[in-house]
Design a protein. Structure first.
Length: 82
């Protein structure tokens, strides 16, 4: 099967994966402020868009200016797919 993802979709996937990895890391402080996430990502617009996509997928929770991974996302991060 051929991967027909556009460069924009690939970049969005990288941003989303990076954010989710930050929020689910075993040693991650919880919750993260949106500003902290934006500093790590390096771009506020990419961060806001990525957080919106992850929230829409049910992988993160938002509480004011704070974000944290959902229980499902934390459980999935602990699975070993290798």
């Amino acid at each position: 099967m051929r991967d027909d993802r556009s460069p924009v979709a690939e970049e969005e996937g990288r941003v989303d994966s990076g954010i989710l990895a930050m929020l689910t890391a075993p040693d991650a402080s919880r919750p993260w402020s949106v500003d902290e996430v934006a500093r790590e990502v390096g771009d506020r617009i990419d961060t806001d868009d990525g957080l919106a996509r992850l929230y829409g997928a049910g992988l993160i929770h938002r509480y004011g200016e704070f974000v944290f991974a959902s229980r499902a996302a934390l459980a999935a991060a602990q699975l070993d797919f290798g």
